[in-house]
Design a protein around this ligand. Sequence first.
Ligand code: SF4
Length: 351
Amino acid sequence: MKGLGLRRSSKQIRIGNVAIGGGAPIAVQSMTKTDTRDIKATIKQIKGLEDCGCEIIRVAVPDMQAAEAISAIKKGIRIPLIADIHFDYRLALESLKAGADGLRLNPGNIGEPEKVTAVVKAAKERNVPIRIGVNAGSLPKTANPKLSIPQKMVEAALQQIKLLESLDFDLIKVSLKAFDVPTTIEAYREVAEKIPYPLHIGITEAGTPRRGVIRSAVGIGILLWEGIGDTIRVSLTAPPDKEVTAAYEILKSLNLRERGVTLVSCPTCGRAEVDIVALANAVEKELEKLNKPLKVAVMGCVVNGPGEARDADIGVACGKGKAVLFKKGKKVRTIEEKDILKVLMREIERW
Ligand code: SF4
């Protein structure tokens, strides 16, 4: 185990203006859930994601019309765009022509070598990286039956890397995703030792937010703790901004990135005389709009509140009918219960 601070060293690539690997900050990405052919809706969704800190966006390219839409989408957004391609190499070529900053594909499902060569050549001309995305659910049928699933995933990735390298292409990023967390961890650990390329990490089809966030946090968190992972995507059956928020919470929990306000709130107990659950949720909702590197605490009682949230920049510790406002663990003044949210938000905005 490497432990934090010792990130695996990897070759650096660039997706548009975002560096991946080679010590660059771990980039947060997401995927649109709109029909890519609906340019207006797709731009709208991406702009919303940009506002919550998404740094790279991927769009599905199921047909030519979707590939062609990329150029118009690119004009309406600021972050780099990756085209997600399956099977048809012409979609990859068209996406590159339309200005995609990255491709996600499996050279293995593109078919004949000439087709792969054509895509690789076009990507190379434009300096566009390719992510080899291996999925436990769609492993090659030719895989050695004696191998375990993680080993089969690594084998599949290595074969595809070899194919790209044989075409003198090294702008490679790799992902090995599975729903099963131990499988994912084992596969990434193994591939991390074998290749120099940056890794895109995530738990695939993690599910609805309630379960998916936990599953992703465990899987992605363990890998990041071991120094593995250069860009992350949290896959959730939910609007994509939830994926971005979850990704930052994972990175923030490990002190790997800072983004927005960190909310500390006590679990509440028999000492609390104010509805802390409602208050903390209301504060969280307000804080979603802010991007300040600030730690805010919402605590249930004056006895333990400020002490328990000593390292918070600003916070409230509630008591009967009122709350104490504190900064850096020191009491500043008292607030009436009805004004808690308003005063706290005003203080945060002023900070
Ligand atoms: S801060 Fe007070 S109310 Fe909240 S859990 Fe601690 S003791 Fe209970």
